[in-house]
Design a protein around this ligand. Structure first.
Ligand code: PLP
Ligand code: LYS
Length: 468
């Protein structure tokens, strides 16, 4: 039974929805701030991205698919580059990386943050200038560090004494000097999910400023002739809106920068304040404009440097999500629709799509909120509170926890989820041997496959018993 008749919607299920979720006046409309700039509903009510009707896109490339709005990606990259004009901007490749994106990033004048040998391989294959790469990670292997050194990576951000020892040895063997930044922990409780906050003390990244470990690590790097000390690096976490976390971290990091100048007599030329700028997944999220962020962060750095009487270093930042997150959406096909009875006579409509936690783990992992829209047609049906779920063998396999969809949503319909550019394809898995969807770039009415769909053969090729 479809429970939600016109007029009874709120009485029946309003209490089931999160308090911020409102039944839309028209469930067909896009909530534009959640979608890439070149997304709209066309006259038939179908979603168009970059001038491409997603019905045509799926007919050609199959379902589900990630749809990447190239012009939107480039515009966001450019907004950071132009907003932070006195800074260096490193796009954080962990959010989403492929050779095409590396080329866009380089063409737009950004640098690239990588954090594994695999990401290094993608960057080099795309022809990135190694000097424009920053290499992160709390457990870089000997082979990863060797490749980075030999390729001439511009900065290696060290995260432990073991890594410093490893790097000294590798650089000495090759008669090279490794360019190093020291990852420090500013002791800030960033207002975000615990698993994506990185500046509190009790977590794996960085050397603590408070305990003195950061100063000791900097001193060690400074006195090692095999290493060239570039500066300090602080990253407080991800999906952060409250700029006070950045402010407090910047103050603490600059205080350490000044102490190093005073006590060790070294003016470190660089300072990296990391990424973490939040995006809108729902109407509750209110992201700041890059230019405004740049002004605020620039002021803090200048003010603190002046207060300590040190020269302002070259500052860099590392946005990932804020560039690629809104530029992509995922389009799924609906397979089944089921009303599940809840207590007090309410019910919830479960809409199962042909993907799920294998292409977007964020809802299961961080309890993340997403939104969605019916993407293939206009509907005059009353909106109903729906939960969009995947096809995996987990009850936690939820893509969108709560959203109003037209109550006539049915098998064969398309549902599109905005804001899936960051940490969705890059964290995708083959759980249940479900092949990962392709990434299709769209621009000016044209599609271009930037990552093709995975096939069953791709998965079976790793299975050494499969060929028998
Ligand atoms: C060191 C570092 N830099 C940059 C980023 C990018 O963060 P975001 O995608 O939130 O901008 C991360 C991820 O949190 C990170 O760990
Ligand atoms: N993967 C996280 C962000 C952390 C990224 C890197 N330190 C997310 O999806 O929100």
């Amino acid at each position: 039974m479809r429970a939600h008749e016109a007029g009874t919607l709120h009485a029946d299920i309003g209490h089931r929805a999160p308090p911020w979720l409102r039944a839309p006046g028209n469930a067909n409309d896009l909530v534009t701030q959640l979608w890439s700039t070149n997304s709209k509903k066309n006259a038939e009510g179908a979603l168009e991205v970059g001038g491409v009707d997603v019905r045509d896109l799926l007919a050609e490339h199959g379902s589900p698919a990630y749809v990447l709005d190239e012009a939107d990606f480039r515009a966001r990259a450019r907004a950071f580059k132009e907003g932070f004009k006195d800074f260096d901007v490193y796009y954080a490749g962990k959010a989403f990386l492929c050779t095409t994106v590396v080329r866009w990033v380089m063409e737009e004048g950004l640098n690239l943050d990588i954090c594994s040998g695999g990401e290094l391989a993608v960057a080099l294959r795309a022809g990135a200038d190694p000097a424009r790469l920053g290499f992160h990670g709390n457990n870089k292997s000997v082979s990863e560090l060797t490749r980075a050194l030999e390729a001439g990576v511009g900065r290696i951000i060290v995260d432990s004494h073991d890594e410093i020892s490893r790097l000294i040895e590798l650089a000495a063997e090759r008669d090279l000097v490794a360019p190093v930044m020291v990852r420090v922990t500013a002791g800030v409780e960033a207002h975000t999910h615990e698993y994506i906050a990185t500046a509190h003390e009790d977590q794996k990244f960085g050397f603590s400023i408070t305990s003195g470990a950061a100063y000791e690590a900097v001193a060690r790097v400074n006195e090692s002739p095999e290493l060239r000390l570039l500066g300090l690096h602080s990253h407080i976490g991800s999906q952060i809106f409250d700029s006070s976390g950045f402010e407090v971290a910047a103050r603490r990091v600059i205080a350490l920068h000044a102490r190093v100048s005073e006590e060790l007599g070294v003016d470190m030329p660089e300072l990296d304040l990391g990424g973490g700028f939040g995006i809108a997944y729902t109407t509750q999220d209110d992201p700041a404009d890059p230019a405004q962020l740049a002004t605020e962060m620039g002021k803090i750095v200048e003010h603190e440097c002046r207060a300590f009487g040190v020269d302002v270093p070259k500052v860099s930042i590392e946005p990932g999500r804020a560039i690629v997150g809104p530029a992509m959406c995922t389009v799924y096909s609906v397979g089944t629709v089921k009303d599940v009875a809840l207590d007090a006579g309410a019910s919830r409509t479960y809409v199962s799509v042909d993907g799920g936690m294998s292409d977007n783990i964020r809802t299961a992992l961080y309890d993340a909120d997403y939104s969605c829209t019916l993407a293939n047609r206009h509907s005059d049906a009353e909106p109903t509170l729906a939960r969009v779920v995947g096809k995996h063998c987990e009850s936690g396999d939820i893509v969108v926890k709560d959203e109003f969809l037209p109550s006539d949503v049915k098998p064969g319909d398309l549902v599109a989820v905005p804001g899936t550019g960051a940490y969705c394809r890059s964290m995708a898995s083959n759980y249940n041997h479900v092949p990962r969807p392709p990434v299709i770039a769209v621009k000016d009415g044209q599609t271009r496959v930037v990552i093709r769909r995975e096939t069953e053969d791709d998965m079976l090729i790793l299975d050494m018993g499969a060929a028998q």
